[in-house]
Design a protein around this ligand. Structure first.
Ligand code: NDP
Length: 483
């Protein structure tokens, strides 16, 4: 479908619902500052919340947030950001809030409405905008989670589409705005050596770990409505899998990427209760806002299959959790072992070759291989060829994504089709699962996850240091098992 002129042109106002919230404070104001710094934000930014604030309170929040997160703030840039701010105080459930917003928007013709608000309010705000005509020639940026299961995602899509065309809907998964995630796509398709081995003939299994060494950080009430499956696995992790598993895009351009990713989601086999281990860190139930008998998972490990020609029979093991030993995002692709055991020693490593992609912290790509140790014997050791990929200069994901939304570029946003297909994968286990198993904070989660990975294991636990041997990861897994 061809975009209308309004969709192709730059926005002339950013309406920021949820400007007094947690996400705004932690990530959005610093991103807006970055956009001003890089000349990407010159239009008014209208905050809308119901904190009984005046404009000066919003300005104070912006200053405080930027100074708390960014070193060496350029005060002149911060003043420019603060100068762009406007504020509307009101309840989203009151039509008067949208009347007041319409007056504040004045004669702007191409608004972008950014909904950094509780998901329960998405529909209310969208209806409120439509009621006063602020959906016309406008775009809407919807924060994650888009729905809390397949049925509610479809319902929400119905609400959004009552007021906005699909071309004007920008569903955020901020992972997609990260440089390291974009590098997955680049690394796969800018190189020729990967493609011949990137399939079931050569790959034994794939592991993806998103580990956090912290807990719910005071957001227990929110986390009770989410859990690890909804908060991380259904969106961030399946997006990573889609980028790793997709076929080469048919042509140059992000819409070909969207299509290739959607095909992966379609081929994912829906999870069943035997494919998942859920965990909950000890102490979670004592967190403010958490039910004393909560069964919400703070850890999830799953085994996933992609029923496509390329990936038939290859298990994908995904795990994410809070209060794990480190904060790290890492992918490990295990290659099959050589067909013949020419050296006894080489068979000591079950999977002598792997590709490890560390997304965070300190991005790096490493190729694991066995090399002979000096001496007459044909014995070797596991080593890694490591290339650092991280860069201090990278823009934050929200800076990139909000900038794209202002320019009408949907490339790094998720389509409704992908959102629904991803929910379809996890929908069955959202309700049908065994109780969450307790694990001690600072460990790698329930040991039942080792049973899940079984002979395809052990799990590769990310090791946070620059120069590591490939044996380290396996060693930590072995230590965990008490070996
Ligand atoms: P918060 O609860 O901290 O903030 C919610 C915001 O919405 C506040 O500005 C609040 O205003 C406003 N609000 C809520 N209800 C109303 C209402 N009836 N009328 C007017 N204003 C209202 O939420 P978060 O910032 O944590 O999250 C916002 C969105 O971002 C969610 O969709 C979340 O899933 C997503 N997200 C959050 C992340 C985070 O780290 N916080 C990370 C990734 C995504 P007031 O304060 O004045 O009441």
């Amino acid at each position: 479908m061809t975009a209308t002129p309004a969709e192709q042109t730059d926005a002339d106002v950013l309406v920021f619902f949820g400007a007094s919230g947690d996400l705004a404070r932690k990530m959005i104001f610093p991103s807006l500052y970055g956009m001003v710094l890089h000349g990407e934000l010159e239009v008014p930014v209208i905050g809308v919340a119901h904190s009984d604030w005046a404009l000066e309170d919003l300005r104070d929040r912006a200053r405080e947030s930027v100074r708390a997160t960014i070193d060496d703030v350029d005060e002149e840039v911060l003043d420019r950001l603060v100068g762009l701010l406007r504020y509307v105080d009101g309840d989203y459930r009151e039509p008067a809030t949208f009347e007041a917003l319409k007056e504040t928007v004045e004669d702007a013709r191409r608004p972008v409405h950014y909904l950094a608000i509780p998901p329960s309010m998405f529909g209310t705000v969208i209806d409120g905008l439509a009621h006063v005509g602020l959906n016309k020639h406008a775009r809407v940026v919807v924060e994650k989670p888009f729905g809390r299961d397949l049925a509610s995602a479809r319902e929400l899509d119905g609400v959004v589409r009552r007021a906005f065309r699909e071309e004007s809907v920008f569903r955020i998964d901020h992972f997609l705005g990260k440089d390291e995630i974009m590098n997955l796509l680049y690394f796969r398709f800018a190189n020729s050596f990967l493609e011949p081995v990137w399939n079931r003939d050569h790959i034994a299994s794939v592991q993806v770990t998103i580990a956090e060494d912290f807990g719910v950080q005071g957001r227990g009430a929110f986390y009770e409505t989410a859990g690890a499956l909804r908060d991380v696995l259904e969106n961030h992790m399946l997006q990573i899998v889609a980028l790793l598993a997709m076929e080469p895009p048919a042509y140059q351009g992000y819409f070909a990427v969207h299509e290739a990713k959607a095909n992966v989601f379609r081929a994912m086999r829906p999870l069943t209760r035997n494919d998942i281990v859920r965990g909950q860190f000890e102490g979670y139930r004592d967190e403010p806002g958490v039910a004393r008998n909560s069964d919400v998972e703070t850890y999830a490990a799953v085994r996933l299959f992609i029923d496509s020609w390329r990936w038939a029979g290859v298990p994908w093991y995904l795990r994410t959790g809070k209060h794990l030993p480190v904060t790290a995002h890492e992918i490990v692709v295990e290659f099959k072992r050589p067909p013949q055991a020419l050296f006894d020693d080489a068979m000591m490593a079950q999977h002598p070759n792997h590709l490890r992609i560390r997304l965070q912290p300190d991005g790096e790509i490493a190729l694991g291989a066995r090399v002979k140790t000096p001496g007459e014997e044909f014995v070797g050791e596991q080593r890694e060829l490591v290339v650092p990929t991280g860069s201090e200069a990278s823009r934050g994901p929200y800076e990139r994504l909000l900038g794209d939304a202002l320019q009408g570029d949907r490339a790094l946003f998720t389509s409704e089709e992908s959102v629904e297909a991803a929910w379809h994968v996890v929908d069955g286990v959202l309700a049908d699962h065994a109780p969450a198993i307790r694990y001690a904070p600072g460990t790698w989660g329930p040991t039942e996850a080792d049973t899940l990975i079984g002979a395809d294991g052990p799990w590769h636990d990310p090791v946070l240091k620059h120069h590591r041997s490939a044996d380290d990861a396996s060693r930590t897994a072995a230590q965990r098992k008490g070996k």
